[in-house]
Design a binder for this molecule. Structure first.
Ligand code: PBG
Ligand code: ZN
Length: 327
């Protein structure tokens, strides 16, 4: 008995495989994260993230030009401020590090889309994503006072020239609050990319080295989601859509591909996946040991995010991937 159905027929020639390929990752799909620090000519490699640097604004501008020349459409900016305090002043100050970086990049490379991360964790002295009762050592972030600070942050980022606001703190109502604040300030055309389903993940470890944003006590489990929950992610997405989100993010990406898929099924908005620091570092570490082929593993991973439903992928591999894809 020979089989009638032979799926292998369509795999016999590279051109044939190319013709029936369902998912193709392109440079258009990528967003490159950058970390801005005070100073000049500063480029400090993040130990746990080989190839990723904390950069002063002049270096960020150089990097932005390179990113643009590689055909990557957008960057997302994070900031490490001069000093941190309980009010996260560095987040919403008009002379804040991200504001400065956004202005400088838009001036030098106007056609590069500048997304800014809108959160407080890099700017609070305790490292939590929101406002705490003075003297609180448990890390119970106060939701509504945090919204006020996020509104100020988003408006000052928009004033600085940011093209897209990306709130990441997982506060209840943050999309609605920010939308209202942006509209009141005349920024009706600035879209919100909401980190709608963001899990309390151990894969963020290297990022917290890069952004100097580890919580000094407690953890983020009262605001970020429990890794065991999927339906709750759909609830979060539903609320953010109601509140006016323009795009939805799932984070992390690799071990949450089922969430990317389910979110894509339920919404017609563009879906972004954040290929987070720990996911990057695992690939880097293994490839530096020659245990895996970095290019092949990274491109397979990025293709898989897209197959799972991601329209946009935030990844520290973006520059390398753009070069690999151009070959
Ligand atoms: C926090 C924030 C995190 C990341 C970006 N913004 C996570 C966290 O520290 O809880 C993680 C990104 C990464 O790991 O690459 N608002
Ligand atoms: Zn945060």
């Amino acid at each position: 008995m020979f089989p009638i159905h032979r799926p292998r027929r369509l795999r016999q020639h590279p051109q044939l495989r190319r013709m029936v390929r369902e998912t193709i990752i392109t440079t258009n799909d990528l967003i490159y994260p950058l970390f801005a620090v005070p100073g000049e000519s500063v480029a400090v490699e993040v130990k746990s993230m080989p190839g990723v640097y904390q950069l002063s604004v002049d270096k960020i501008v150089e990097e932005a030009k390179e990113v643009y020349d590689l055909g990557i459409p957008a960057i997302i900016l994070f900031g490490i401020p001069e000093s941190k305090d309980k009010d996260a002043t560095g987040a919403w100050h008009d002379c804040g590090i991200v504001q400065k970086a956004a202005t400088a990049v838009k001036e030098a490379v106007p056609d590069l889309i500048v997304i800014v991360d809108t959160c407080l964790c890099e700017y609070t002295d305790h490292g939590h994503c929101g406002y705490l009762e003075v003297g609180d050592l448990t890390g119970r972030v106060l939701n509504d006072p945090t919204l006020e600070l996020l509104k100020k942050t988003a408006v000052s980022q928009a004033k600085a020239g940011a093209d897209i606001i990306a709130p990441s703190g997982m506060m209840d109502g943050f999309v609605g609050a920010i939308r209202e604040a942006l509209d009141e300030a005349g920024f009706n055309d600035i879209p919100i990319l909401s980190y709608a389903a963001k899990y309390s993940s151990s894969y963020y470890g290297p990022f917290r080295d890069a952004a100097d944003s580890s919580p000094q006590f407690g953890d983020r489990r009262t605001y970020q989601m429990d890794p065991g929950n999927a339906r709750e992610a759909l609830k979060e997405v539903e609320l953010d859509v109601q509140e006016g989100a323009d795009m939805i993010m799932v984070k992390p990406a690799l071990v949450y591909m089922d969430i990317i898929w389910r979110v894509k099924e339920m919404t017609n908005l563009p879906v972004a996946a954040y290929n987070v620091s720990g996911e990057y570092s695992m690939v880097k570490a293994a490839s530096l040991n020659s245990w895996i082929d970095e290019e092949k593993v990274a491109l397979e991973t990025l293709t898989s995010f897209k197959r799972a439903g991601a329209d946009l992928i935030l990844t520290y591999h973006a520059k390398d991937a753009a070069r690999w894809l151009a070959k």
